[in-house]
Design a protein around this ligand. Structure first.
Ligand code: IPE
Ligand code: IPE
Ligand code: MG
Ligand code: MG
Length: 333
């Protein structure tokens, strides 16, 4: 599992070891539940499952459930459900973003085209709900439906803001709350619900994961500037090319001069780096400490997450949830 650098307390491998057997069951569940009567869906599902995602969301469900005791089959199913929902959002996201690469391979929209990809995403969403429905648990369904609507609304908000240079930090935070943190929060809550942990505890664990999710997206947006495609599995400099002004740039634009603003505006207008090379944008970011400030902001959220998880009784799972926070801010993909 390539989580990037090793955490201070538990390493990525140690965390992974805690849920390795559970995660194998989750993979089996996803495989069994990814079979349709239409061949295209089957090919796409196989392509997606073998694509090497980090499986962070199911890991979060499993660790959260295990925090309160033994694993039941419902927990495994919920972990499969969140990964399928996540995958469906990525398939649709790549259609919307005209992405070419995902997880180091051509994205679904490139291989199968937009029409098939939209339908495959729909199928995955519905299959995830089908699995969730088997739990016959209304709070769970309620949470999943609210979550999915929240994420779709996030993508819609993002779409409205594409190409706009005047995005504020508040706009940005609202967006990542919806499109990323809400799913992280749901993962922890589903784990807690599955283990019958009680509402107050469920909400608190949800807060932990929400903070983790915000940090995760902040780091994703930083890596878009600082990483390399070979490591990241998706192109760098992509957000700005797609018309998305993310936090490192929002910070830099705070103090940028007119000439520097113009560089950003040009890339936004062109949708490519033909006139203004990516290195020039990096220079603007560096001059105004955009990356550093965004990284500090990410760390303030993981600190919050660590403080919340410290309230929980000590156990290997509690330590693992604490260690995940370091992995998120130190990751390289
Ligand atoms: C990608 O999530 C979408 C974001 C929220 C940034 P991940 O980086 O967890 O994607 P995979 O599943 O590991 O490919
Ligand atoms: C995250 O948005 C995807 C969702 C949460 C739906 P991005 O567009 O930033 O994700 P990547 O960079 O394509 O993985
Ligand atoms: Mg995208
Ligand atoms: Mg991104």
């Amino acid at each position: 599992m390539a989580f990037g650098k090793i955490g201070q307390t538990l390493s990525a491998l140690e965390i992974f070891d805690l849920v390795r057997a559970d995660l194998a069951k989750v993979e089996r569940e996803i495989g069994l539940e990814s079979v349709a009567s239409v061949e295209a869906i089957n090919y796409i599902n196989q392509y997606l499952q073998s694509g090497g995602g980090k499986r962070l969301r199911p890991i979060l469900v499993l660790l959260s459930g295990r925090l309160f005791g033994e694993v039941n089959p419902g927990l495994i199913r919920m972990a499969a459900v969140v990964e399928m929902i996540h995958t469906a959002t990525l398939v649709h996201d790549d259609v919307i973003d005209l992405a070419k690469t995902r997880r180091g391979r051509p994205s679904i929209n490139v291989v199968w085209g937009n029409h098939t990809s939209v339908l495959a995403g729909d199928w995955l969403y519905m299959q995830a709900f089908q699995i969730a429905l088997r739990e016959r648990n209304f709070p769970t369904l309620d949470l999943l439906i609210n979550l999915t609507q929240m994420m779709v609304e996030g993508e819609l908000l993002q779409l409205e803001r594409v190409g706009r240079i005047g995005v504020t930090e508040a706009d940005y935070m609202e967006l990542i709350d919806r499109k990323t943190a809400s799913l992280f929060s749901a993962c922890a809550r589903l784990g807690a619900i599955s283990a019958g942990a009680g509402e107050a505890v469920e909400a608190r664990l949800g807060e932990y994961a929400w903070n983790l999710g915000i940090a995760f997206q902040l780091v994703d947006d930083i890596l878009d500037f600082t990483s390399r495609e070979k490591i990241l599995g998706k192109p760098v400099g992509n957000d700005l090319r797609e018309g998305k002004v993310t936090l490192p740039l929002i910070y830099a634009l705070d103090t940028a001069d007119a000439e520097e603003r113009k560089l950003v505006e040009t890339v936004l207008a062109d949708g490519n780096y033909d006139q203004v090379p990516f290195s020039k944008i990096l220079h603007v970011l560096n001059r105004h400490r955009g990356i550093e400030r965004a990284q500090e902001r990410a760390e303030s959220f993981t600190e919050k997450a660590r403080a919340i998880i410290a309230e929980f009784p000590e156990s290997p799972y509690q330590r693992a949830l604490a260690a995940v926070t370091d992995l998120v801010t130190a990751r390289d993909r």
